[in-house]
Write a protein that binds this ligand. Structure first.
Ligand SMILES: CC(C)(COP(=O)(O)OP(=O)(O)OC[C@H]1O[C@@H](n2cnc3c(N)ncnc32)[C@H](O)[C@@H]1OP(=O)(O)O)[C@@H](O)C(=O)NCCC(=O)NCCS
Length: 159
């Protein structure tokens, strides 16, 4: 897994995409602390323990370092930032049946806009994943030599 670098000065406009999803009753917003266990349990169920733990770290910040996609009472996707290291984006995921509608793109861009407003000029996508997605949406570039990363000695759950 490599890391990728994103320039935050030229983020794409997501207004039309967001307006289209709103017509389907899908909104993308920052969750608030009373929702922590609901969001974390959903991420645990859909994406596993590591990402759940990172979501919990996101809820230790205010405003919460996370965005969710939501339709009525259902969570459809999530994205976090600065939950593994400073200046890192991720993890993120869209419910399988909801992929390809622009949810991942909006979650990514909104998170990067939040990081830009924190004062960063660049962001790092930690340990990708679908490099083509990040390249396509925000022109992210692989960081050469980043195979040995912050995840290098990650503890694994015993079988
Ligand atoms: C990666 C992921 C978050 C994308 O979510 P999504 O809601 O389907 O993404 P979008 O619909 O917003 O896609 C935006 C664009 O990226 C493209 N895209 C989506 N997934 C892609 C992939 N895996 N590879 C290349 N391009 C991809 C879409 O075709 C779309 O292109 P377009 O704007 O030209 O039409 C989703 O596939 C996912 O949850 N994957 C499993 C978890 C994961 O790998 N997370 C990333 C960890 S680093």
């Amino acid at each position: 897994m490599k890391d990728m670098l994103v320039r935050l000065m030229d983020l794409p406009d997501i207004a039309d995409l967001e307006a289209n999803l709103k017509k389907e009753n899908i909104i993308i917003r920052r969750p608030i602390p009373p929702e922590k266990s609901l969001v974390a349990d959903w991420v645990d169920k859909e994406f596993g323990m590591y990402w759940k733990n990172e979501v919990e770290a996101a809820f230790s910040r205010l405003p919460v370092h996370c965005f969710i996609a939501q339709r009525e009472n259902e969570i459809l996707g999530f994205a976090c930032f600065e939950t593994t290291a400073k200046n890192f984006f991720g993890p993120t995921g869209t419910l399988e049946k909801m992929r390809g509608k622009g949810i991942g793109k909006i979650l990514l861009v909104k998170s990067l806009e939040a990081m830009k407003s924190m004062g960063y000029a660049y962001a790092i996508i930690g340990g990708v994943g679908p490099a083509a997605f990040y390249e396509n949406v925000v022109n992210a570039k692989i960081i050469e030599g980043s195979d040995i990363s912050i995840y290098q000695n990650l503890l694994r759950k015993s079988p």
